[in-house]
Design a protein around this ligand. Sequence first.
Ligand code: BMA
Length: 335
Amino acid sequence: MSSPFLAPSKVKVVGDALPNIPWQDRSADDSSVVWRYSNNPVIPRNPFPESNSAFNSAVVTFKGKFAGVFRCDHTDRNQELHVGFSDDGLKWKINPEKIKFIGADADIAKWSYGYDPRVVWIEDRYYVTWCNGYYGPTIGIAWTKDFETFHQLENAFLIFNRNGVLFPRKINGRYLMLSRPSDNGHTPFGDIFVSASPDLTFWGQHRHVLARGLTGWQSLKIGAGPIPIETSEGWLMFYHGVLQSCNGYVYSWSAALLDLEKPWKVIAAPRPYLMSPQTPYECMGDVANVTFPCAALVDAPTGRCAIYYGCADTVTSLAFCRVDEVLAWLKQNKV
Ligand code: BMA
């Protein structure tokens, strides 16, 4: 079935043709704007024996195939980052050895924990950002060209901060990163901000982007998800939102549109979610009721988009959408 939100296809997605991204058409009886892969989850909780859970992970194209940085919490329940490779984006081989970052100042290089990675290609290399333990959570940055050697840079911000997400190109000569200032615990608050840097070391010009509390599903806190997608209409930013129920936090996600030149200006923010935890693998696991997107692969000419999202802090799943349909939906469902 096609979506009732089908837009005239004048929307242009900036990016490469990626005809081989994972894809499954929306089923005939489904009119959702975002739909789930029928064989979810694609990554089980224990891709190697020491893994307790594999979720909230980042996938990119690499040498015509796919690579990623995966959050694997170990059976000692430390949060670690692992590399994985896949021919089709569906079947993954995840390296049981955790990533060993090199090159950082000795003080920064002391590993404590790392989680919720994002990966982005900017100019000539891949950059990884993640929630890095340094006397509390902040945003770590590293780069790689081959997914074997990872060069760690300075942490971007002071503690406490999470959900550091780089834009895929410099804007007006500066790198831009979304983030969500937080606390040292489970943070019952949080808005999305953006910061600029000339060199990925020194960050400033902090601007407020989007506030929590626009509607119920995003009433407690919000945080950026995948790398923003550049379109002719603006930056498409998928983001998660959290509400507090009598049973705890519930993590859903949706999409907003940001100005291309000044992404702290919001063009449209959504009233409803696009996905909330509804399937058994999203509702049951180490943390119930979590859907948490961290990566999107887009085939620019067609606008087909595959989104990797963590489920219940336990496994990783895939969802699909079309960029023009999401933008048309957002126009009709903005706050
Ligand atoms: C956040 C992070 C995420 C996690 C979420 C739900 O604070 O730890 O990795 O998915 O909580 O537990």
